[in-house]
Design a binder for this molecule. Sequence first.
Ligand code: MEV
Length: 311
Amino acid sequence: MLEASSPAKAILFGEHAVVYGKPAIALALDLRMSITAKEGLKTRVDGGNLRMRRHRYVKWAVENLWSGGPISFRTNSKIPRASGLGSSSALSSSVVAILQKMKGSWNEKANALESFEVEYNVQGGASPTDTSCSTHGSGILVSFEEMDHHLWTISKGDRTWYVHHIEPPEMRMVVGFTKRPSITHIQVNKVRDFYQRSGFARETIDEIGDLVREGLKAIRSKDMVKLGSLMDQNHSLLSILGVSSKELDKLRDSVEACSYGAKLTGAGGGGSIIALTDEPERCARCIERRGGVPYIVKNTRVGTQVKVIDG
Ligand code: MEV
């Protein structure tokens, strides 16, 4: 029997703008999704067949990346679904790790490339930010140009993303989940419409790009005050793009007095905010009082892991 697990991710800066060639920074979080796999009589996930809608990531991976016999998968996730924390990327990275390990060909770069294919094809478009972060762990910077020594490049059509390792300091954070789902393709399409018809939207995307470069400097100098203030600014720019919501704003405002800064993370619309803080319990209480579900988290170095277990 094999077991693979992958971390959640939080985009610290640059979601949506990364779709238009701007850089983005994502961190791996210490919430994990794990999956076990063994040979079976029929390919199944948690006892259900692959026709089920919620199994479409596993289905695409098995149908396109696997030519062996049936596999029985069991999943166990601590990452809330549709929360903006990358539960589908963690699932894609973990399934790919299982399939590569079964073929005897697992390595981190191949894992990142194939899990991006899974997510891209199931969602009908994606940047490699989420899947590369989940596979690699630590932190990553994704950009259309080489900004430092890079881990790998990922190409789709005429676009090539450079994925770089970054070394974030230990950061204490609180996620506030709105309990409303964040549906990535809906929010990405909404921003695309705005981007195509408005110079103001294009300028806002440019501003996010500049802010990500400042964010990288603040991470390198471990400047939490600056990071928090940039997170606040990034949230305002994402609101201009139309991807915040009443619930997200409410949770973000609730942690103003107990955090360095906070912003929505991921595609938005619903999903979560992330706050950078020295007072995680206090932030968690504020989030709960305003109707959100808090998760006290830290960033982690550990990306996708796969191993043989007894079973
Ligand atoms: C979703 O987590 C991040 C977006 O930038 C989409 C993407 O990068 O694929 C909104």
